[in-house]
Design a protein around this ligand. Structure first.
Ligand code: ARG
Length: 466
């Protein structure tokens, strides 16, 4: 057991208590951020004349060496240390001697861990953002190429009105735009640096907090209240909530893909690379990836609930409960990252059975509203038109036909107002094309959206990649 705080204690920590308290097994993933923060802190201590220049330089060099060795596998993170902070400081002192003991001047693990997490989460926000961006790009191609692929739109999972595949996919595109906007807001909200807040009440050393904030890329400068700084996990809760919403969107999308991929619907076929078989039923091809994405939504929600609950009763400032902010958050981040990656692969390789989709729209009376609107345009009050078409639909249902199959005489039996042009009026193409209000599926209106999406994608990611 290698500890940073033995001086005040007479007895050794109980073995199980040490393990229970230790966080190294999971906070070791913060090592890069921990070292980055320590280097900035050392530079600041040197610049402010708080520690001798040669010590600072040897600390910085030592820290850089530790990171390189850990990354290339020459230095193992062994479990006898309490946490990543203890590990780095102990190894540093073993390697460079006395100077290493000056690293923690004017700092506490409380502001250190607050900083490490913030740096880590900021990077993860950028990484999740770019994964959604790739999904949007894949989705964009489907949207762009399918303005005239007609399909039923549903309400209550009953066929409702015809839309295009482009429009349906556009709905998800909009959700992902909002997801990325949320990530941007959270990133900007987490743009203040907690380093220099000490344990809770700052320090008596003349630290330059502006300097470290700048070194570490926080454009909002240092945080304003040291007690808040060491105990704020709001940005992480916000991130988990954004991740939960992303999963909710992926889960809804998965649910549709599962339904569409079923034998009954047959709208899509998931590529073999993203489906699995059954050990007993030779004919089966299952949408497991989509189901797992839907299923994993639960554990991401769990992480959000867990942290909200952990934080709700904590007195200011730091409490050890906050160490519980890590494991589930890490799990949620990994889960969402994997889901986005797999989902993008699945969506971009999926094939659409356009004929089946179109046929389904035809057979489902999705043009019934348009048939009623036809009568309205010829002067009939909408309520009467609704009832005329309702009766014709009933007739078609009993004869297993579509409205499009009615003969001119049969239309006329419904109302004298029907002419030959009814066939064009209820064709899928007309039904979709005539929906020209902004936001509707008509290709005129979709074209505007496609232009917008193209411009939006050209803006690239939050991290600057296109
Ligand atoms: N492992 C701790 C955490 O994650 C680091 C902070 C420890 N601070 C303390 N006062 N014991 O929260």
């Amino acid at each position: 057991m290698a500890k940073l705080w033995g001086g005040r204690f007479k007895n050794e920590t109980d073995y199980d208590a040490f393990n229970f308290n230790a966080s190294l097994s999971f906070d070791k993933r913060l090592i890069k951020e921990d070292i980055e923060g320590s280097i900035a802190h050392s530079r600041m201590l040197m610049k402010c004349g708080i520690i001798p220049e040669e010590d600072a330089l040897s600390i910085i060099e030592g820290l850089q060496g530790i990171l390189i060795d850990v990354e290339n596998g020459d230095l193992k993170i062994s479990p006898e240390y309490e946490d990543v902070h203890s590990f780095v400081e102990s190894v540093l002192t073993d390697r460079i001697g006395e100077a290493g003991k000056r690293l923690h001047t004017g700092r506490s693990r409380n502001d250190q861990v607050a900083l490490d997490m913030k740096l880590y989460i900021r990077n993860k926000i950028l990484s999740v953002d770019s994964k959604i961006f790739l999904l949007e790009k894949a989705l964009f191609e489907i949207i762009r190429d399918n303005t005239e692929t007609f399909m039923p739109g549903f309400t209550h999972l009953q066929k409702a009105q015809p839309v295009s595949l482009s429009h349906h996919m556009g709905a998800y595109f909009e959700m992902f735009i909002r997801d990325r906007r949320r990530l941007k807001d959270i990133y900007e909200g987490a743009d203040e640096c907690p380093l220099g807040s000490g344990a809770l009440a700052g320090t008596t050393y003349p630290l330059d907090r502006e300097f470290t904030a700048k070194e570490l890329g926080f454009s909002g400068g240092p945080t304003r209240n040291s007690m808040d700084s060491v105990s704020d996990r709001d940005y992480l809760i916000e991130f988990l909530s954004a991740l939960s919403i992303i999963m909710m969107h992926l889960s809804r999308f998965s649910e549709e893909i599962i339904i569409w991929n079923s034998n009954e619907y047959g709208f899509v076929e998931i590529d073999d690379r993203f489906s699995t078989g059954s050990s007993i039923m030779p004919q089966k091809k299952n949408p497991d990836i989509a189901e797992l994405v839907r299923g994993k939504t639960g554990r991401v929600y769990g992480a959000l609930m867990s942290l909200l609950t952990t934080m709700k009763g904590l007195p200011l400032a730091y409490d050890k409960d906050m160490q519980e902010d890590k494991e589930m958050a890490f799990d949620a981040i990994d889960t969402v990252s994997d889901c986005l990656k797999l989902f993008t692969g699945m969506v971009s390789s999926m094939s659409f059975n356009k004929d089946i989709m179109e046929n389904s729209a035809k057979r489902g009376f999705t043009n019934a509203t348009d048939a009623a609107d036809y009568l309205v345009k010829k002067g009939m009050p909408f309520r009467d038109a609704h009832s005329v078409i309702g009766a014709l639909v009933l007739k078609c249902i009993s004869e297993n036909r579509a409205l499009d199959d009615l003969s001119p005489e049969e239309w006329k039996e419904g109302s004298e107002l029907f002419d030959e042009d009814i066939y064009d009026a209820v064709s899928l193409k007309t039904c979709v094309e005539n929906r020209v209000t902004f936001g509707a599926p008509g290709s005129e209106s979709m074209k505007k959206n496609i232009e917008f999406y193209e411009k939006y994608l050209n803006e690239g990611t939050l991290g600057g990649e296109v």
